[in-house]
Design a protein around this ligand. Structure first.
Ligand code: FAD
Length: 353
């Protein structure tokens, strides 16, 4: 069956849009900007975009591109379920229920996933992969059909973060079932943004934006000496426009939405956010969540995972969790004839900085 364009375009478009808006301030103001390097390219089935204002001596567009692409290739080689040769794919094929060693690169992502599961009482679950794949949102075939109840039930039996144990020194995992399948797609873009940020700082960049699709790290100021302007899209597959531009500096930002990666069947809409407790895509009016955290080690990965977590939890539980955790979070809800916004206390403070 032909795949709908919805499923193939979204994240590419989002990254390009994000990069565009981030420089809109320069055009509007007409002032002579400071030097800035910009590179963009494909990664993880989507796009990355990096801008470095006032770049350190010796950094060129070519060395910037080579540096970030080397890092992103490393993230794919570790975390991808789309690359059969990645460490995660090899782990997923390994039927062992004994301790299996994992690399120093993979372990912290698994550990973060388990922490998010605990805090969300299983709304976020890195073992949800069999359901993601069954509903056609993973690396396999996309059928745009609702799976049979018995297939959903069979996949649900393989899911549960409590079936996965982690151990440090040496880093290893143990699965209760040999067919447990781990999906880290909800945190991979953030991992890429964090790794790019760490490398940029190691080479002396003080003002940058490093994004993989809708997840990014920013530090310092743009080429005009102003905070970076991050576009949050109107969560509508029929249009490509900006709901809000968030001026940020020294932050990690991640948006998760249900308005690009979905299919329709029998008059219903099914998105790629799966409720592990029901085995089905979440049904709700919440269309997107943007999480904004202070920049720091792993902050984009955490923001990325949290944005997905809040999407799965939905408007009421998600907002309550975000407030309880002091998170900067911006919710956009679909309503008759338009959208409604909800923000946490921490987000209100960020938005007026
Ligand atoms: P997010 O909201 O950030 O994440 C949603 C995703 O999380 C779902 O698609 C699902 O995978 C997972 N998920 C759903 N429900 C839950 C839940 N309850 N708990 C935890 N996780 C959940 N895509 C391609 O098309 N081709 C590629 O080659 C490709 N390579 C990739 C390589 C890597 C290393 C990674 C990390 C991802 C890759 N992807 C690829 C996937 C793609 O880029 C996105 O990461 C993915 O579709 C989800 O990102 P998102 O921002 O759209 O949504």
């Amino acid at each position: 069956m032909k795949k709908p364009a919805m499923r193939l375009l979204p994240r590419r478009v989002r990254a390009a849009w994000l990069a565009l808006v981030a420089c809109a301030g320069l055009i509007a103001c007409g002032a002579a900007p400071d030097p800035q390097l910009e590179v963009t390219g494909p990664t993880m089935g989507t796009y990355y975009a990096v801008k470095v204002a006032r770049p350190p001596a010796g950094l060129t567009a070519d060395t910037l591109r080579a540096g970030v692409e080397r890092l992103l290739s490393g993230v794919i080689a570790t975390l991808s379920t789309y690359d059969p040769a990645s460490e995660l794919s090899r782990l997923n094929r390994n039927p062992s229920t004994d301790w299996v060693p994992v690399s120093a690169a993979l372990y912290p992502v698994l550990a973060q996933g388990q922490r998010l599961s605990a805090v969300s009482e299983g709304a976020f679950d890195i073992t949800v992969g069999p359901l993601v794949n069954l509903w056609g949102f993973g690396p396999g075939a996309h059928s745009d059909a609702v799976p049979a109840p018995e297939l959903i039930q069979a996949a649900r039996e393989r899911v549960g973060y409590g079936k996965l144990e982690l151990r440090t020194e040496p880093a290893a995992i143990r699965r209760q079932r040999g067919d447990l399948y781990i999906d880290l797609s909800a945190m991979g873009e953030g991992e890429g943004a964090d790794q790019m940020a760490a490398w940029l700082e190691s080479i002396g960049a003080t003002d940058y934006m490093a994004a993989v699709a809708g997840t990014l790290r920013v530090r310092g100021k743009n080429a005009l000496g102003r905070p970076w302007g991050i576009a949050i899209e109107v969560p509508d597959p029929e249009q490509r426009s900006v709901q809000r531009i968030l001026p940020v500096t020294d932050r990690a930002v991640s948006t998760s939405g249900d308005y690009r990666n979905f299919f329709k069947a029998g008059g219903k809409r099914y998105s790629h956010h799966i409720d592990p407790h029901t085995g089905t895509p979440v049904e709700q009016s919440l269309a997107s969540v943007t999480v904004v955290l202070p920049a720091g080690t792993d902050s984009a990965r955490r923001a990325d995972g949290l944005a997905t977590t809040l999407m799965v939890m939905g408007e009421a539980r998600g907002l309550a969790l975000a407030e309880a955790q002091g998170l900067g979070a911006y919710f956009i809800l679909r309503e008759e004839g338009g959208f409604r916004e909800l923000t946490t206390t921490a987000f209100k403070r960020i938005a007026v900085e």
